[in-house]
Write a protein that binds this ligand. Structure first.
Ligand SMILES: [Zn+2]
Length: 507
């Protein structure tokens, strides 16, 4: 709770206008301590500067309103991950998806992640992913009464990054900036955060040598580098910045000078530093010392939890290897409650997102996330309706390919449950309804290896088996522990034929 009050206090004295955007990171002392430690490592160790890849597991938390609406589109996360990996690749740091997206339904976290209800939700969810950098994506965040807008922040006490959904996408720098904080970097204008340079107040030449921020007296960095090791962000290759970017009216990535420091030296700042506030710079950069500090931070014992030993799948996926097998573009399929969308495996893709919507209502798209296979069985389409579908291939560290396809098909007029009885004599499942965790399959063809998949009505696989089906009665123990009283589709694929049967599970 002490932390919360502190944030409110700092935001409360910000002197900003309504159009100003800023980062809400406030050091609780631990960032500076880690930075000092990392600087020691940088001085004593060459290892930090070497060119081995450092792999960073990252967990994205998609926060929605309590009713499940409003969360960020997963595609924007995949886009941003590709963007971050591009930004960090020059110094061989690579982010990879630690696991599936984590969805959190909480209106309080959605709109006030720093509030008394938001913070405990962040803690609980962060603790579910102890071996990752945790990033929470929310709709808005409190600016503590200031008219400016907080775009994101790193919370040192929670060790998480929180970012506004609007900042997540291919052209924003916010995520790369906040991950810089995660790895101990300060703002190059540290000390001027809440009270940006104003010639009327601070003079030109600047007439003061220190600023007060967060209860500390901080040296103002000079152009002659005499105090660069202890002033502002304490890194000597980031030149003086007195928070010039936040009040740059043109947002053109250019300091309106000349501005003279305390020694009357003309300030040459670095506008396009990721950790600064200048907008519109096109390509941003980290300096060599910032890079070394981030690498040292990653390698420090405090970051042991990131060292999973996993080498992520980062080989590029070639979009031209996308090839649809079924259905053909504009085809009308036979059934409406059983359509097996199928495409070729794409080299280096481990995951696929399938996006499907009625062709006339792209806003009503449903998304399916598939691992380790390149087809999707749909059982919930509407009779005779035209659909459009896309496939986005990715792996845990290569997410740069956009959605592919955009083909259409029309759902059939038939239901597989009652109309396709042509193979009914060959395969029969009982009892139906299933009332125990055992089903029997009566098979009248000759013995064959089979894959059996049980789908719920949303098309999700809930149980899967590989068995040798023998002629006669085969017993199958259901392994999934959470069958609901509901209808399921059982798909039995042998080399010769695929059988689909509806069973009702009820106890
Ligand atoms: Zn920041």
């Amino acid at each position: 709770m002490k932390k919360l009050l502190f944030v409110a206090f700092v935001f409360g004295i910000l002197n900003l206008s309504a159009q100003e955007f800023y980062c809400g990171t406030v050091d609780d002392g631990s960032m500076l301590r880690r930075l000092e430690q990392n600087k020691k490592t940088m001085r004593s160790s060459l290892g930090v500067r070497d060119d081995t890849w450092l792999f960073i597991p990252i967990e994205f938390h998609i926060v929605t309103k309590t009713d499940g609406t409003g969360g960020i589109d997963e595609n924007r996360i995949l886009d941003e991950l590709a963007h971050m990996n591009k930004n960090y690749s020059g110094f061989k740091m690579k982010f990879y998806l630690a696991s599936d997206f984590n969805y959190i339904k909480s209106s309080s976290l959605y709109s006030d992640p720093g509030g008394v209800f938001g913070v405990p939700k962040i803690k609980v969810n962060r603790n579910k992913f102890p071996h990752a950098a945790n990033v929470f994506l929310v709709n808005e965040m409190s600016s503590g009464g200031s008219p400016g807008q907080v775009l994101g922040y790193y919370a040192p006490a929670l060790d998480v990054v929180v970012i506004r959904n609007s900042q997540f996408g291919i052209n924003a720098q916010t995520a790369s900036h906040e991950l810089g904080h995660f790895f101990s970097l300060m703002h190059p204008f540290y000390g001027w955060d809440a009270d940006p340079y104003d010639p009327a107040k601070h003079g030109n030449p600047v007439k003061i040598q220190t600023v007060t921020y967060a209860g500390q007296t901080i040296q103002i960095e000079l152009m002659n580098k005499s105090n660069c090791d202890v002033a502002a962000d304490m890194l000597c290759d980031t030149p003086p910045d007195y928070n010039f970017g936040i009040s740059d009216p043109e947002r053109d990535c250019k300091l309106n000078g000349p501005i003279l420091d305390y020694n009357h030296d003309t300030i040459v700042t670095m506008e396009n530093n990721y950790m600064g506030y200048f907008f519109g710079c096109g390509q941003y950069e980290f300096t060599p010392m910032q890079i070394a500090a981030m690498r040292a931070d990653y390698l420090s014992s405090e970051r042991d939890f990131l060292h999973t030993g996993i080498v992520p799948d980062s080989a590029a996926i070639d979009p031209s290897t996308f090839h649809v097998n079924y259905p053909e573009n504009k085809e009308k399929v036979e059934y409406y409650d059983y359509v097996d969308l199928d495409w070729d495996d794409m080299p280096n893709a481990t995951n696929y997102e399938v996006i499907i919507s009625p062709a006339s209502q792209p806003q009503n798209a449903e998304k399916y996330f598939i691992k380790g296979q390149s087809h999707l069985i749909l059982t919930n389409l509407v009779k005779g309706k035209k659909y459009k579908w896309y496939v986005r291939p990715y792996s845990n560290a290569y997410t740069a390919v956009p959605k592919l396809g955009g083909y259409t098909f029309r759902a059939g007029d038939w239901t597989i449950g009652t109309d396709d009885l042509s193979d009914i004599a060959d395969m029969n499942i009982y009892p139906n309804p299933v009332n125990d965790d055992v089903i029997y399959i009566n098979f009248s063809k000759s013995s064959d290896d089979a894959i059996i998949e049980i789908f719920d009505m949303s098309g999700k696989v809930v149980d899967k088996f590989k068995i040798n089906l023998k002629r006669g009665i085969n017993k199958l123990n259901l392994t999934h522990s959470n069958y609901q009283n509901a209808m399921y589709n059982v798909l039995i694929k042998t080399k010769e034929h695929s059988y689909i049967r509806k069973v009702f599970y009820g106890k």
